[in-house]
Write a protein that binds this ligand. Structure first.
Ligand SMILES: *Cc1c(COP(=O)(O)O)cnc(C)c1O
Length: 436
């Protein structure tokens, strides 16, 4: 008897067709484009919550705090939504600290501060805000932290961010866990540095942290990194240190290519991979997911300006460009592109490149994609743009950055207005003329 394989199809995204028209949850994208214009970032609040809950459920058996990585999408409305669910935050700058403060003062005590280049004012602000822990990335930073903690008379909890020398398969720009990378401290030097820190009265060696990279689809490297951390924690405890926290970083990847992605299953596998080492260490776990929480909740809605033929190639030129969503240009990232209004079945399709208006050949979103009768004025949606989309946007080519809308069921709210040209000029000054 042949075994019947039942594959559970799981729609990983909140964007679905109804009557040949694309919706975000229960809101028509055509309506949003009409109301707010394009390019427009559209996020589903429901999906962000769902992903956060998946993390909470997967780690329910361990003492833990989920510190959402602010740089993935730092919009205040999204930070507030997550803070209401009890999220902590992983920040990498004093600016992100201020974002957390604006979103939720109560969440400041659940902040972890990462980053290789913390400045004195940023350290001071974080100490005064009473954050949970500093992830220290060099000896020099540790000395500065000790000095500032003493000056402000605030005890500073810290973890060394160790570099476990674990290879994780991902794009080279977002891999961070090898010794050749700028991040963290060589795990072999960590024990010595922890020992040297014990002479500082205002420092509290409270944890160990690790973050091996981003968009990692295989859970084995996470487990390998945490096993090395567990071994280090054993040594540190035998040195008499009271290590209470282990920060496993972020980095859990998503599927950008098709709509079938068992997110709950993925996070369960991830939690399973971390659990062994975590139980051994008997610590409070800190997790720093970014992309996994917000990427698939967001899309970038854009309008087709022109369809042009250059030799054998067809280019679909959109009103969004690499300044709005740089992932394809920066990481050769793949984003699915969907027409907002579906063509009738039977219509002929052809291969097109979807490109932006920015003056760079690297300004493209998709290459050789099959599209059915796309024409100027049509709306298309770039999928999985909720993470490292708006947060990496710029004003290159003196283009104003998009507006952002948060969808809640059949309702929606503008959470960031579109930039105006006057916003762009506000900080500039023309030099005084030297000639009279
Ligand atoms: C970027 C970053 C994260 C989040 O990574 P994701 O891949 O978005 O989950 C977490 N921790 C640190 C230290 C980071 O730099």
């Amino acid at each position: 008897m042949s075994k019947l394989l039942i594959t559970k199809k799981i729609n990983a995204r909140p964007f679905v067709y109804r009557y040949r028209e694309l919706y975000c949850d229960d809101v028509r994208l055509v309506g949003l484009a009409g109301e707010y214009g394009t390019p427009l970032y559209v996020y589903s609040a429901g999906q962000i919550r769902e992903r956060f809950q998946m993390f909470q459920q997967a780690f329910a058996g361990e003492p833990h705090t989920i510190c959402y990585s602010v740089k993935a999408n730092s919009s205040l409305a999204i930070l507030r939504l997550l803070s209401r669910m009890g999220a902590g935050f992983d920040i990498v700058s004093g600016g992100e600290l201020e974002r957390v403060r604006k979103a939720s003062k109560a969440a400041l005590k659940r902040v972890v501060f990462s980053g290789v280049g913390k400045q004195e004012w940023e350290i001071d602000a974080a100490l005064q805000a009473g954050i949970l822990i500093f992830n220290v990335e060099s000896e020099a930073e540790l000395h500065l932290l000790a000095a500032r903690a003493e000056a402000l008379k605030v005890r500073a909890r810290f973890a060394l961010r160790v570099n476990p020398d674990v290879f994780a398969e991902t794009h080279p720009y977002i891999s961070t866990g090898l010794r050749e990378h700028k991040f963290g401290i060589d795990i072999k030097a960590a024990r010595r540095i922890y020992r040297s820190a014990s002479r500082y009265q205002w420092l509290d060696a409270a944890g160990v942290s690790v973050h091996i990279g981003s968009q990692i689809r295989d859970v084995a490297p996470f487990a390998a990194a945490l096993e090395r951390v567990a071994a280090l924690i054993g040594e540190l405890r035998s040195d008499g240190l009271d290590i209470r926290y282990v920060d496993a970083g972020g980095g859990l990847g998503i599927e950008y290519k098709d709509g079938v992605f068992d997110a709950a299953g993925e996070v369960a596998r991830y939690a399973g991979a971390l659990r062994g080492a975590a139980r051994l260490m008997k610590t409070h776990m800190l997790l720093e997911p970014g992309r996994f929480i917000v990427a698939q909740a967001g899309g970038l809605l854009t309008r087709v300006l022109y369809v042009k033929q250059n030799g054998a190639k067809t280019f679909v030129v959109t009103d969004a460009g690499m300044n709005d969503l740089i992932r394809p240009s920066l990481y050769q990232a793949h984003h699915e592109v969907l027409p907002v209004q579906q063509a009738r079945s039977g219509a002929s399709s052809k291969l097109v490149d979807v490109v932006g208006p920015v003056c760079e050949s690297g300004d493209f979103f998709a290459r050789d994609r099959s599209f059915t009768s796309v024409k100027s004025g049509d709306l298309v949606l770039l999928l999985d743009a909720g993470a490292y989309g708006m947060s990496l946007s710029s004003n290159y080519n003196t283009r104003t950055r998009p507006a952002e809308v948060l969808v809640e069921g059949d309702e929606h709210q503008l959470i960031r207005r579109r930039e105006r040209l006057s916003d762009l000029f506000a900080t500039e000054r023309l030099p005084r003329s030297s000639k009279k």
